[in-house]
Design a protein around this ligand. Sequence first.
Ligand code: B1M
Length: 205
Amino acid sequence: MTDFEALRAAVIKGKRNDVAAIVQAAIDGGEDINLILDRGMIPAMREIGDKFSRNEAYVPELLIAARAMQAGLALLEPLIAASGRKSMGKVAIGTVKGDLHDIGKNLVAIMLKGAGYDVIDLGVNCDITKYEEGVKQGATIIGCSSLLTTTMPYMKEVVAYFKDKGVKVVIGGAPVTQAYADEIGADGYSEDANGAVKLIDSLLK
Ligand code: B1M
């Protein structure tokens, strides 16, 4: 039985080794991977963000929590990828220009790999040239992630640039909404990583 509370607390406190140990024990115990993410790790990142908003946590705390989260994700990634189906298509995903947040983007990439997509991870701080590199490598879908209200508008430029180039652009990230996606003419929006897989499935049907 996984101690989700201990996992949540370990992520918040940035205890990377504890996170890895709890996640490994959960995996060994046959725990549902989605529960590890949805009941332990993702709520922890939300909580640390809320603390940051209330000035109860600062950038260094966010950073060590993020590192602890990545330690857990690294253990889950091969399992999620191994559950994949045959190649479903090629997606290039990156966090937009000016934005260094990559945990959500990494999660979307992992879920897509798990669903059988070839994923080109373009990293963070991606400008249009970077997204274009993904297209040159064969991606027919571009995924843009943004976590900052100040970087969100760059998605509009990406969408406009690829509008008539036979490439679909889907967007997501905490401040992004369906209304914003509609406003800028994106091909799709998803609130979370699982939804991103379903969205891309539907676009490639
Ligand atoms: Co930053 N940060 N941060 N941060 N940070 C936020 C985003 C913030 C909301 C915190 C707050 O104020 N409460 C705030 C933004 C406020 C705003 O824009 N209005 C903020 C700020 C202000 C900043 C800095 C400016 C702080 C500073 O320096 N003063 C700075 C900016 C740096 C930069 O990018 N240029 C900064 C820095 C950092 C760290 C480096 C310390 C660290 C990032 C480390 C890393 O990513 N490697 C960090 C963190 C960890 C956060 C919070 C706490 C957590 C983000 C996270 O990883 N969430 C965040 C608070 C929050 O979001 N509540 C915060 C977990 C992750 C699984 O969720 O990324 O939302 P998320 O992804 C979800 C969905 O959104 C969706 O699926 C994912 C899984 O379900 N999704 C997609 C994401 N991308 C998608 C793409 C899709 C589809 C779905 O299709 C393509």
